[in-house]
Design a protein around this ligand. Structure first.
Ligand code: BG6
Length: 300
């Protein structure tokens, strides 16, 4: 029996089915009364999410490279157990390895309101242990309902403390980056990665007029993306995070990256619920960290 047949037998039904998608990726397709979503088992990666009858909330590049072992441009990449470059070893992949390794589905539940909740656990291997020698249990829980909820749970199952960096590197679908504003970061300090990592202070809403790559520090539990071009406001409600990354590569960098598609960068923004820079966390033996982001939208 193939993996997909086994998954359908064990977890399929009531709004969830499993298929082999482009590039050989195994996908959970969720379709319920509230929304539709696609989640790749590789990376426990939400690739698409749209509420019934609405535009996608989550952006997926039309030129995303879908292949086993490759990171996907768009969706909700899970960056774990570090954010950005590894602290000591430049050979280790940026944003950690969680987004490019297989995760196993451990539970699929239908909630009383018809939402689907899928719980994934990372598959540890010699390759992951070579980069992360700490005993840990890592789960991503995705709830597809009237809102999209992504939870990232890390438990230290070993005998020594470790330092954890992470992000839900969410790409949002927007109408026009030039007219966009992000609220909720006013007064926060940020590290400006397009200006040598200089520490600056945000005044008012974040707006976009060029490449933007910032780690905001000491952030609260709510950000709002105001998108007049799609007449939509997207709200990110989060917990377990005190840093927020805001990223748009703009034209030159997007062209160099090669997987954005023509003008793709004008229709996306990343607002990432993170534990990055000053906000990395130390987890004592037995301790669990829970990072949660709830994404919702409403007309402006
Ligand atoms: C952002 C970083 O979170 O992710 C950027 O702040 C980076 O510096 C971007 O370019 C995309 O990273 P990647 O590894 O998915 O190309």
């Amino acid at each position: 029996m193939s993996d997909v047949e086994q998954l359908n037998r064990d977890f399929g039904g009531a709004g969830v089915k499993f298929v082999t998608g482009a590039g050989g990726l195994v996908l959970a397709e969720v379709n319920n009364v509230h929304a539709r979503a696609t989640i790749a088992l590789q990376g426990a990666h939400v690739m698409t999410y749209a509420r019934s009858g609405e535009e996608p909330l989550i952006w997926l590049s039309r030129q995303a490279r879908l292949a086993v072992g490759k990171s996907i441009r768009g969706g909700v990449p899970v960056c774990w157990p570090w954010f950005g470059p590894h602290a000591d070893n430049p050979k280790f992949p940026g944003h950690g390895f969680a987004r490019t390794v297989p995760w196993r589905l451990v539970q699929a539940t239908t909630l009383p309101d018809g939402s689907n909740r899928l719980e994934f656990q990372i598959e540890q291997s010699e390759a992951t242990r070579a980069q992360w020698p700490h005993a840990s249990d890592v789960r991503t829980i995705v709830t597809v309902g009237p809102t999209l909820t992504v939870e990232l749970l890390t438990t230290n199952t070993g005998k020594e403390a470790f330092t954890l960096g992470q992000a839900l590197h969410t790409y949002f679908e927007i109408g026009d980056i030039h007219r966009l504003s992000v609220l909720g970061l006013d007064g926060c300090d940020y590290l400006d990665k397009v200006d040598g990592g200089k520490r600056k202070t945000q005044q008012g809403a974040v707006t976009f007029a060029g490449e933007t790559d910032r780690v905001y520090l000491g952030t609260g539990n709510r950000c709002e993306i105001r998108d007049p071009a799609l007449n939509r406001s997207i709200v990110i409600q989060c917990s377990g995070s005190r840093s927020t990354v805001v990223w748009n590569p703009w034209n030159e960098k997007a062209d160099k990256m090669g997987d954005f598609g023509p003008e793709g960068w004008t229709g996306m923004v990343c607002v990432e619920t993170a534990n990055a820079a000053d906000d990395v966390r130390s987890l004592a033996p037995g301790e669990q960290h829970r990072l949660v982001a709830i994404y919702s939208s409403a007309p402006l």
